[in-house]
Write a protein that binds this ligand. Structure first.
Ligand SMILES: Nc1ncnc2c1ncn2[C@@H]1O[C@H](COP(=O)(O)OP(=O)(O)OP(=O)(O)O)[C@@H](O)[C@H]1O
Length: 241
């Protein structure tokens, strides 16, 4: 199976990002081909979230390029990147606690052409993937459990019809039965919609679902390859399992 012939969906080259004077990301190269799941692994604080935030435009690189589809994401703000099909589920999930599950879901369609005025219909695939959300449509977002909020955050991102979904530690702090539900949902989403996923994850079972991995240490990529060739040494070094 060749994955290198087609033009990648996302190609990050020589990316350097700073917080003030702290040099966080160092010469990062990372490529995602269409329809693939790529996992970024590494210990706490190495720069994984910083990387995702730079791809979605919440942080600006000091140097390097991010090539997405057929152009550069130079200084576009996050909303333009969302419109261009990059969905982002942050580590904190960013569910709005005071409004209902339904209203949280509708927010996911804001980036679509015509915005919320024209998009009020929630795709039934969402409820097929996450039946609990249909049951709890009228509940406040803040009343859901952590796992349910994570499902809501993924569903909301999906409603923006992304081509690339960025997921920041979706299983963090979530009970094992819901971790499996989330893994299955992500697999189904990829199969049924053809989107690509960039996953930051510590949970080995989920990491193993990805096609390719990149391992980060002190802001640089120190190992990468096909996930089915991920060695026990790399797992021990880069995952907290
Ligand atoms: N707003 C900020 N200002 C300054 N430094 C920051 C800021 N946010 C993160 N950092 C630093 O940048 C480095 C990378 O953080 P980042 O959150 O990207 O790591 P991570 O690999 O995602 O870790 P975690 O899994 O703990 O989220 C850390 O040393 C962190 O302390």
């Amino acid at each position: 199976m060749s994955t290198t012939s087609a033009q990648p969906l996302l190609q990050v080259s020589d990316l350097n990002v700073y917080y003030g004077e702290s040099h966080i990301l160092r010469n990062v190269d990372l490529t995602i081909h269409e329809g693939k799941m790529v996992c970024l692994i590494g210990r706490n604080g190495v720069g994984k979230t910083t990387f995702l935030k730079t791809v979605i435009g919440l942080l600006q690189q000091r140097s390097g390029t991010i090539h997405y589809q057929d152009g550069q994401l130079a200084t576009q703000p996050p909303y333009k990147r969302a419109r261009a099909g990059i969905g982002y589920v942050s580590q904190g999930r960013d569910i709005i606690p005071q409004v209902t599950v339904k209203e949280n879901l509708l927010l996911g369609m804001e980036a679509l052409p015509g915005g919320l005025e024209k998009n009020r219909h929630i795709d039934p695939l969402i409820f097929d993937l996450f039946p609990i959300l249909e049951k709890f449509l009228k509940r406040k977002g803040g009343d859901l459990s952590g796992g349910q909020q994570q499902q809501l955050a993924i569903a909301r991102a999906l409603l923006g019809k992304p081509k690339l979904l960025l997921l920041d530690e979706p299983t963090e702090g979530i009970q094992p039965s819901i971790i499996l539900d989330i893994e299955h949902a992500v697999q189904r989403i990829m199969k049924e919609t053809g989107i690509s996923v960039l996953l930051v994850e510590q949970h080995l079972h989920f990491v193993r679902q990805s096609d390719f991995y990149y391992a980060m240490q002190r802001g640089g990529i120190v190992s990468s390859g096909q996930t089915d060739q991920l060695s026990d040494d790399v797992i021990k070094e880069f995952l907290t399992v």
